[in-house]
Design a binder for this molecule. Structure first.
Ligand code: TYC
Length: 103
């Protein structure tokens, strides 16, 4: 932080060394039952993907078993995964997201 000396000038005293926060991937998992349209809607609603990127991610999950929906700080990633899981459950679909810390 800085403090002002008695001439009113900012003086550098110490530099806090803060490491950048870890980032977390929100990963969507495939299942056999959730409709493709619903997955696309979730990717648009919770991850701000447009129809084209939402469709690409949905198809990647469908064919490869999982895909990254977005990368966020821990709190945001946890909240998005929980929001998706709650919403899917409300709609009676087994769709699931999990989070994973970046390497
Ligand atoms: N496999 C699902 C189906 O065939 C579609 C699906 C895609 C489900 C992505 C979940 O995360 C998912 N209806």
């Amino acid at each position: 932080p800085e403090h002002e000396d008695d001439h009113g000038l900012a003086v550098e005293t110490s530099k806090p060394q803060l490491k950048p926060p870890s980032r977390y991937k929100v990963i969507m998992l495939n299942d056999d039952y959730t409709p493709m349209d619903f997955v696309v809607e979730v990717l648009e609603r919770f991850f701000a993907h447009n129809r084209e990127s939402a469709t690409q991610i949905m198809l990647k999950v469908h064919t490869e078993g999982r895909a990254v929906c977005g990368i966020y700080t821990r709190d945001i990633a946890e909240t998005k995964a929980a929001d998706v899981n709650d919403y899917a459950r409300e709609c009676q679909h087994p769709l699931m997201c999990q989070i994973e810390r970046e390497a």
